[in-house]
Design a protein around this ligand. Structure first.
Ligand code: R5P
Length: 294
């Protein structure tokens, strides 16, 4: 068994390699002046390989790189592949929300099927529908227990864990259990064409309390900004914005700080300054479990 770390997961891959007893596959990676990626193996592969490659921005480029790496492994006769995709791009388009739309994640899943991947490991996929496209070969891990543990480092003042929409409430419940706090959620509406989000006003008793907002993804930050502003008005003490996948598009971070967030916490499924929690330990445990079952 060998470990191959794709270009988008170098930090996470390094942390993972310290937790797993497998040699790394060494390869050359470069990007030609026109933007096309190039890979060349510089070490032997093995019969079985764990490939770790996040589909973080620029997603389309990362998708192509993933298929170049898979083709390389198959060309060099790798028989078993465990594919770890810490951030699965296109997973939010898991159904036809409007007539005429393409179900993007189904396209990604169909393309991956042509490589007959043995097992997939994902972290906090957007919905259970996403997993259905990958069948019983997919394992989903959650970063929220790790985020909960991380939050224990702060001296939290009468904390309340809040999801910015009903879908994320299960994450809030996980974190709340670890911290020993209550949890709740906001009712959010998103305009499917413009992407604009609106939060429904609901009574929350947060005066003087630390509010921990948790969501799977922070993208433009719009969802979090709405929630942060709302809890500022309600007299919250510190407000934390936590997520597994921190895309932080455009001015997301600045907008959240301008709205009054105290701290932002994300993981290394997408690497950034705010990747304060590593998902390496849960990926390592999942791989050990999968290998012991073989
Ligand atoms: C959507 O349902 C997700 O769970 C997130 O709430 C969403 O992706 C966040 O997007 P944004 O940061 O652009 O508001």
């Amino acid at each position: 068994m060998k470990l191959m770390i794709g270009p988008s997961s170098r930090g996470l891959g390094k942390r993972l390699s310290m937790l797993l007893p497998f040699d790394l596959i060494i390869f050359e990676w470069k990007v030609f002046p026109d933007g096309e990626s190039y890979f060349r193996l510089l070490s032997n592969v093995d019969d079985s390989v764990i490939l770790v490659h996040s589909l973080s921005p620029p997603q389309d480029k990362r998708v192509v790189e993933l298929f170049l790496l898979l083709k390389l492994l198959r060309d060099y006769k790798v028989r078993n592949i465990i594919l770890v995709v810490p951030y699965l791009a296109y997973m939010r388009q898991d159904k036809r929300f409007l007539d005429g739309e393409v179900v993007s994640i189904e396209v990604i899943a169909d393309l991956l099927k042509t490589y007959d991947i043995d097992r997939y490991v994902f972290v906090d996929v957007h919905s259970s529908e996403v997993l259905k496209f990958f069948g019983d070969r997919a394992v989903e891990l959650s970063a929220f227990p790790l985020i909960g543990d991380f939050l224990l480092k702060y001296q939290l003042v009468n904390p309340i864990i809040i999801a910015p929409d009903a879908k994320a409430f299960k994450y809030a419940e996980t974190v709340a259990k670890i911290i020993g706090a209550e949890s709740d959620y906001i009712v959010k509406r998103r305009d499917r064409s413009s992407g604009a989000v609106e939060s429904e006003l609901k009574e929350f008793n947060v005066t003087g309390r630390d509010v921990i907002l948790v969501d799977d993804i922070i993208s433009t930050g719009g969802t979090m900004v709405n929630a942060i502003k709302m809890f500022r008005e309600y007299g919250a003490n510190r407000i934390f914005a936590c997520c597994t996948h921190g895309l932080f598009i455009g001015n997301a971070v600045v907008n959240m700080f301008n709205a009054g967030v105290y701290d932002i916490i994300s993981t290394d499924t997408i690497e950034s300054y705010y990747s304060k929690v590593s998902v390496a330990p849960i990926i390592a445990s999942a791989i050990n479990l999968l290998l012991n079952k073989h």
